[in-house]
Design a protein. Structure first.
Length: 278
């Protein structure tokens, strides 16, 4: 019994994902890099909050066309994901800076970032289709929102507890080994491939968390902030895998409650007032 319990709990703690000594970079470079991350993330959050104030929380795609939705989605992902993927991004871009200069360095950096955002854009298109489907169902059958919420929380909880989540989370938490793997990529489009590869693992790590935006509302700033915090802690805290399991269990509890608690489903109810009108 003790052996079984040990084997179950063993993966819940792992070394901090920032490498030996607590950082992938010298402290001076790390401080400058994190300052740059903040300079990008803060405007992204400001734009996201501004859009949320104008749009409010509504079911489905809120009448937004796909191109505008993808623009908003990428902005949201920049706000939510940039802090948690910063260790890999900072280190890879620093490596680009050592190998290149001038326009070549800028082009390679854009290529890497573009590859990462490309994956999230594709995922955003899938999210748009899911939101359009659920929005139509709620419009035709208002009570269907309760069961859509149940399904979304259930799927999110099961994904959080499933094996694919931990394969992807392990990738995101162990940047050094994967950066060494990326160093073996060969031109052309090496930096694009690195961005796509890392972005795919990032999507795999966060897909379950994104599913709950269907019942909570895709423009629900409080939900986005909470999920961003969970993502950050999962990837950078030594007990991040344990948190992922706790969140998964919490989603399963919410799945049981969702059909009976409308307050859990702001994104599946009728049009709600915008933040300015509250």
């Amino acid at each position: 019994m003790r052996h079984t319990l040990t084997s179950v709990l063993a993966p819940t703690r792992s070394p901090a994902p920032t490498g030996a000594g607590g950082g992938l970079l010298p402290k001076r470079d790390l401080a400058a890099a994190w300052f740059l991350v903040v300079l990008i993330a803060v405007p992204a959050w400001a734009l996201t909050i501004g859009q949320a104030r104008d749009m409010g929380v509504e079911p489905g795609t809120m009448g937004v066309a796909l191109p505008l939705f993808l623009l908003l989605w990428v902005t949201m992902m920049a706000a939510m994901m940039l802090p948690s993927m910063a260790p890999v991004a900072i280190t890879w871009v620093r490596g680009i800076g050592r190998q290149s200069s001038g326009w070549t360095r800028a082009a390679r950096t854009v290529e890497f970032v573009g590859g990462y955002l490309m994956v999230w854009t594709v995922f955003g298109a899938l999210a748009y289709a899911a939101l359009a489907l659920t929005g139509d169902l709620v419009a035709d059958h208002p009570t269907a929102g309760r069961w859509i919420g149940f399904t979304a929380f259930l799927l999110a909880g099961l994904y959080q507890l499933g094996p694919l989540k931990y394969v992807c989370l392990r990738h995101c938490r162990d940047p050094m080994s994967h950066l060494m793997h990326y160093a073996g990529f060969r031109p052309p489009a090496r930096d694009l491939r690195v961005g796509v590869h890392h972005g795919a693992y990032c999507v795999g790590c966060c897909a379950g968390l994104m599913v709950v935006l269907i019942p909570l509302g895709v423009m629900n700033v409080a939900a986005m902030a909470g999920l961003a915090l969970v993502i950050f802690v999962e990837k950078l805290w030594s007990r991040g895998p344990l948190l992922a399991r706790v969140v998964g269990l919490a989603f399963l509890v919410l799945a049981v409650l969702a059909p009976f608690q409308d307050w859990l489903l702001p994104g599946l109810q009728g049009s709600m007032p915008s933040m300015d009108g509250m």
